[in-house]
Design a protein around this ligand. Sequence first.
Ligand SMILES: [Mg+2]
Length: 320
Amino acid sequence: MTVATAGEFGLISRVTARLGAASPFVLLGPGDDAAVVAAPDARVVASTDALVEGRHFRRDWSSARDVGHRAAAANLADIAAMGARPTALLVALCAPANLQISWAEELADGLAAEAAKTGATVVGGDTSSSPTLTIAVTALGDLEGRAPVVRSGARPGDVVAVAGRIGHAAAGYSILSRGFRAPKLLVDAHRRPEVPYHLGAVAARMGATSMIDVSDGLLADLGHIAAASGVGIDLRRDAFTLPEPMLAAATALGVDPYDWILAGGDDHALAATFPPDTELSADWLVVGSVVAPSSVTEGDGVAVDGRRYAGGAPGWDHFR
Ligand SMILES: [Mg+2]
């Protein structure tokens, strides 16, 4: 059955039925004109991100469930990167009339399952017909009394640390682009990011001075912190350990794996800066330090071993 035969209201009721899960944050769930979500902190953290078929995902590479996981993760990671706890997602699905209703149902399953990892739920949405399959998600979050961790707080002397996978999704994308389907670790990383959501709030409690999720590539995203904070960042290439499947794939494809690590996005790892005396848990990998802006004169404020990183494509810029 296609979404056209189910009709808009048939589609909405079938998808809504899959969202289930109660949450203490949801005072009124799907089914009314709007949902009502608790905001215990009185400040609501909000972010939105759209996934467009052909641009962000391919239906021959990723299942509907994978796309749901990824669409939710991209948004939930933004909330975590503010040091907040995700509370709710809203989803707009714009789909061609011939989309199978089962695809939309499995998309909902993926969205709900990824949101559940953070304690958030899907509280509402909208559907429209569209020639291009598009999933637009809005995420809401709660600061639980903490100050938001913004991009502008990094200071020279801070350490730069990352939590989560780096370069995996980009490697998976390269592998799929060349027509391969393995190693599974990397291909799966492109399909579904594994985001250490809870570490966003942990970083905030530990006094992180700035934070961002790595969606466009480590160099590009740390560049946003460098620019917003008015600092330079120097990364150490030897801080990164490359998993064996990544080394093997890089060799097979004739690619420098550091291009994936430094310039590849979509893993939604958390990258943060901390005061130098912060005792970081093993969840965090220290990869560099914050320096005076004058000591990084090239490479958009982010250097690797003191130099502009010459390899790889720059991070995603969707309009470039
Ligand atoms: Mg982000």
